[in-house]
Design a protein. Structure first.
Length: 1077
């Protein structure tokens, strides 16, 4: 552009170029401000009509553009437009500076379009750049014009939905590459714009080859580019968006990791005022959301929501990209609501998506995406309201049809849209029984599957949708072939290696159900066993505990399903193995660490065993750093959630136009630091997970260790159990059974009068009765007590009587006339209950009907799994009997426990050498537990059925440092006995019943061989009575050393005495349980 400039003009242009280059390399704000000032001064120094004034105006325009691109000040862009307009007037075609001025004019028009969305500006930019390409004789200049044209054509194609423009864009981009000198440093710009064109070609063709090639050109773009380069963030964000989509097609985990890494590089330290900031944040948000869906790591969802909000806020109300950003944020909130079933979040999602649908032009590239996401959110709204969901359902179908009219046949999101339409029509059929709706559901589901490539990770989703439709057809028409077809589709879905884990498990469970309905019992068992094999991978230690709990909760009912299937095939031993494999998943890692596998490894390879221990220690450190679900969601103003059927979301890739409390303890400090950086947490978890997988694989190559930390067989489980039968009991929808596990094998006892639905109803009635039992209204309280008495009779008739008959425990060891308790119940046999699912909420040990009482036939204990009991039994008994008594009976705001105060004094008298903590804090308790194998807690307990790991014992500082289930579970102690006479210490969530997430199990997992806990809220008076009787038995009324080996018999005798005292009030005595040995 400088041509025959005067010496002063040339010097000014050189200075501007040097200053702009300095800014591009270092980001020095002063350099770019100085460049603008020098360029403006150069213009002012030239008279109107000077032959070089057009070049100076163009130079000022491009300098202002550079500052606008970096800082986002719209005034700079308007000044650039004014300058280049004047320059064009002063440099008509044929003049010395005409070509250079037109180049800048095209760039300014393009940038103004990016800011305003004005398509006319975009058309003008394309017109100018086409003319430049046609007139350029020199290959180097034509190369740059072609590259600029490539990008502009892509944007024009997006704005007008003219796909022919994409062919022209690809051709221009490829020619620009051909004309490039391999050593030219500006090649990065050319490569980037070709990659943009190829990426967009993929979005309209669904040809993954375009996507893969785009990634290759982006890698070349970034090769050798320093982070300080002005285009670095744009190119990294483009690269991340493309890698994300390629992962979506291939399922390759490494691609997603690289996508998140690239998007983070684009946004880290970025100025929110930058014009592309919203795009970069949107791309990061989309990558993080996909990473969350794949992993279940809610910290990634939290980060995704944060990035999505930042993108929306940065764009502003007039942004042309607002529809995309609104739909992305709406889809994020939709995903968030799935985790907690939060109706308010779902409503916010719908509102965001409605706003996007109103603002998006019909020809906008995002039109079909916006209406697809809105249709899916409305469909979920309808599903959440079975009674009143008809209106949102019709609205969902309407928006889906709008999207279908605009979406291309080869669009990558077409299958998801068709799948949503199928689901909506199927629901409409369920609402009204419309046969036409079922026909449409079939048509759309078939089309969705046909539109999904054979190796696409979402193929399993569409196979599953079609299977549900086929099954609905079977229900309507009764054709068994339709049932088999549905089953086969689900089998195929469950065996898709690239599909998400929960999608595969759900498919295999469904296939098992359909097989059973078709009378294919053997197939059913095999399919459910496949599902359980996958289920062991659902909650890896790479996830925080809150995420592990959530993912395990999605398996609710699987244990019962597989038990029914195995027993239908006459395989009780296999039933026990599969029950063990499908339950207690959260505790499996701890039990593995204490199991015989690690001990055997330590004997032959202590170095490798040391690596196992070290990795586990790192995991436990991260567990202590993780917040609970409420803390996770609060930061993002939403809750984190996984999605079985995610809505499609597309963020426009960013592009570039080239124109040339109290202080923590030492052990907690690092965990607190990690908590403040969820990205670091996720990264470290992933690194530990990879190291763990590699280490276990290496160990399994050692001689004798091929089954290292694999699920044990029944024989091995039985070898570790104490003397006495363990009774697995479950309530199924088809059959119910008790499985008696003992040294002689496994015996199945049918329970013909027990069914899942009634068991659930009985549990609900129990909760209601417990709430009413202390009512001030005598008739209400008596009705509650009668309800509980009826429950105990039902438990006897349906479960206890068949079991004790099979065990031969027919004779009661007490006077049935007055239930007098024997002075020494040492002659009673011991037995353990291992209830499955909802039965874990019921007091099985207290079953009785008239003179027939379970308490008078055996000493009862509970266990979460056989492995847990075997671990407790085989654990070395600590030599010390030092006892800790924790009394927190008068806390502000928690209600005074007068009898608990007496309880503390009584226990302290019977255990004269005990350490008594009268004003205990969580830290003082943690410290004391390390040196006291016996612990007694007389305090309030709180169970949280919505988040059971947040259940806690109320100590003096519970508001600031709660001693929760999660924290106790993470302790590593050598304990004999823990007595928890607080309320609800053995209460979990219904969805985690098979995981025993409660305080009693937590203390056992921490290292206590035996725990005494409670199934519900108990009175402090009853607890004080029980404690006195319990310790009197264990210490021979204070005359002997504490005998913890007799804890089960002692609590059994104490409960029998409570029963005698509170005969007609089961709430007062039936809630105390013994867990473990």
């Amino acid at each position: 552009m400088r041509g025959d400039e005067t010496a002063a003009g040339a010097a000014a242009a050189d200075e501007v170029e040097e200053l702009v280059g300095r800014f591009a390399r270092s980001g020095d704000r002063g350099a770019i401000d100085r460049a603008v000032a020098v360029a403006a001064a150069a213009v002012d120094g030239l008279a109107d009509g000077d032959v070089d004034r057009a070049a100076a105006l163009a130079n000022l325009a491009v300098t202002l553009m550079r500052r606008y691109e970096a800082l986002g000040d719209g005034a700079d862009l308007e000044r650039a437009h004014e300058s280049i307009t004047v320059a064009c007037a002063e440099a008509p075609p044929g003049s010395p500076h005409a070509e250079g001025v037109l180049t800048i004019a095209g760039s300014v028009a393009m940038t103004r379009h990016t800011r305003s969305g004005d398509v006319q500006e975009l058309r003008e930019a394309v017109r100018i750049t086409r003319a430049l390409c046609d007139g350029a004789a020199e290959s180097a200049r034509r190369r740059m014009y072609l590259s600029n044209l490539t990008f502009m054509l892509v944007r024009l194609a997006e704005a007008t939905d003219d796909r022919a423009l994409l062919l022209e864009a690809e051709a221009a981009g490829r020619e620009a590459v051909v004309l490039s000198d391999p050593d030219d440093p500006s090649n990065a710009l050319v490569y980037n714009n070709l990659a943009i064109a190829l990426h967009r070609r993929y979005t309209v063709s669904n040809d993954v080859a375009f996507l893969a090639e785009a990634v290759e050109w982006q890698v070349k773009t970034l090769a050798g580019v320093e982070p300080a380069h002005q285009e670095y963030r744009k190119w990294q964000s483009n690269h991340g968006a493309t890698l994300r989509e390629l992962h979506g097609r291939t399922g390759e985990a490494e691609l997603l990791r690289r996508a998140v890494e690239a998007c983070r590089a684009a946004t880290q330290g970025a100025d929110p005022r930058h014009p592309m900031f919203a795009h970069w944040q949107a791309n990061l948000s989309a990558a993080l959301l996909l990473a969350y869906r794949e992993s279940g790591d809610s910290s990634l969802l939290r980060q995704a929501v944060t990035a999505g909000r930042a993108a929306y806020e940065a764009a502003g109300p007039g942004s042309p990209d607002l529809p995309l950003l609104l739909t992305d944020l709406g889809a994020l909130l939709d995903q968030a609501s799935l985790r907690t079933s939060d109706a308010e979040e779902l409503a916010q999602s719908v509102e965001m998506l409605r706003r996007a649908a109103v603002t998006v032009p019909r020809k906008h590239v995002a039109y079909s995406i916006v209406h697809t996401n809105l249709a899916i959110a409305l469909l979920r709204t309808a599903e959440a309201d079975p009674a009143g969901g008809f209106v949102p359902l019709l609205a969902a179908i309407g928006h889906a049809r709008k999207a279908l009219k605009r979406i291309g046949r080869d669009d990558p999101h077409r299958a998801e849209l068709l799948g949503a339409m199928s689901a909506a029509h199927l629901r409409l059929h369920g609402f009204r029984g419309f046969g036409s709706a079922l026909i449409r559901a079939v048509r759309d589901a078939e089309a969705a599957l046909a539109a999904t490539p054979s190796r696409h990770p979402d193929r399993a989703v569409h196979l599953g949708r079609l299977a549900v439709v086929r099954y609905t057809q079977y229900q309507r028409y009764g054709d068994r072939k339709l049932l088999i077809a549905a089953r086969d589709l689900l089998i195929e879905a469950g065996r898709q290696p690239g599909a998400r884990l929960m999608t595969r498990i759900d498919a295999l469970r469904g296939a098992g159900e359909y097989s059973g309905e078709a009378g294919l019992g053997s197939d059913r068992l095999g399919l459910l066993a496949e599902a359980i094999d996958l289920a062991t991978r659902v909650a890896p230690r790479t996830l925080a505990r809150v995420d592990r709990e959530h993912r395990v909760s999605l398996l609710t009912g699987l244990a019962t399903e597989v038990a029914q299937a195995a027993l239908d095939q006459g395989q009780p031993e296999r039933a026990v193995e599969l029950l063990e494999q499908s339950r207690g998943l959260l505790a499996a890692d701890v039990l593995d660490a204490r199991g015989t596998d690690l001990a055997a490894l330590r004997a032959v390879r202590p170095d490798v065993a040391g690596e196992v221990v070290a990795l586990r220690a790192r995991w436990e450190r991260l567990d202590r750093a993780q917040p609970r679900l409420g803390e996770v969601t609060a930061d993002a103003q939403t809750s984190g959630i996984p999605a079985a059927q995610p809505a499609p979301s597309q963020s426009a890739p960013s592009v570039s136009v080239s124109v040339s409390a109290a202080a923590p303890t030492a052990s907690q400090a690092s965990a607190v630091d990690l908590l403040e950086d969820p990205q670091q947490l996720s990264t470290e978890r992933a690194a530990i997970g990879a190291a763990w997988d590699a280490l276990v694989a290496e160990i399994r190559t050692l001689v004798g260790f091929a089954d290292f930390m694999r699920p044990p067989r029944v024989q091995r489980l039985v070898e570790q159990l104490p003397d006495g039968p363990v009774v697995y009991v479950y309530a199924g929808s088809e059959r119910s059974d008790a499985l008696i596990v003992s040294g002689s094998g496994v015996e199945c006892v049918r329970l013909p009068n027990l069914r899942a639905a009634e068991a659930t109803t009985r549990a609900e009635q129990l909760h209601a009765a417990l709430a009413d039992a202390e009512s001030d209204y005598a008739d209400v309280a008596e009705a509650a007590r009668e309800s509980m008495r009826e429950l105990l009779v039902w438990l006897w008739d349906t479960i206890a009587q068949p079991v004790v008959a099979a065990l031969g425990y027919d004779a009661a060891h007490a006077d049935p006339a007055n239930h007098a308790d024997p002075a020494n119940p040492a002659d009673l046999p011991r037995m353990w209950w291992c209830p499955v699912g909802v039965l874990s909420e019921l007091p099985l040990h207290a079953a009785e009907s008239g003179p027939h009482t379970l308490l008078d036939r055996a000493v009862h204990s509970y266990t979460a799994t056989l492995r847990a009991l075997g671990d407790a039994h085989s654990r070395p008994v600590p030599p010390s009997r030092a006892a800790l008594v924790v009394g927190a009976h008068d806390l502000t705001g928690s209600g005074r426990l007068p009898a608990a105060e007496h309880e503390v004094h009584t226990v302290g008298r019977l255990l004269p050498h005990a350490t008594v903590l009268d004003a205990p804090t969580a830290e003082s308790v943690r410290t004391a537990l390390l040196s006291h194998p016996v612990a007694h807690f007389a305090c309030h307990g709180v169970a949280d059925r919505s988040d059971p790991a947040a259940g806690l014992l109320l100590l003096a500082d519970h508001a600031t440092d709660p001693l929760t289930v999660a924290e106790v579970s993470a302790l590593r102690l050598d304990g004999r006995l823990a007595v928890l006479t607080a309320c609800q210490t053995t209460v979990s969530a219904p969805t985690l019943a098979d995981e025993s997430v409660h305080l009693s199990a937590a203390f056992q997992l921490a290292g206590y061989r035996a725990v005494v806990g409670t199934l519900w809220s108990v009175s402090d008076e009853a607890s004080a009575r029980l404690a006195k009787d319990f310790y009197n038995t264990l210490t021979a009324e204070g005359t002997a050393e504490l005998d913890t080996d007799r804890a089960a018999r002692a609590v059994h005798a104490a409960v029998r005495r409570l029963r005698r005292h509170y005969r007609n009030a089961p709430k007062a005595w039936a809630g105390y349980v013994h867990v473990g040995c």
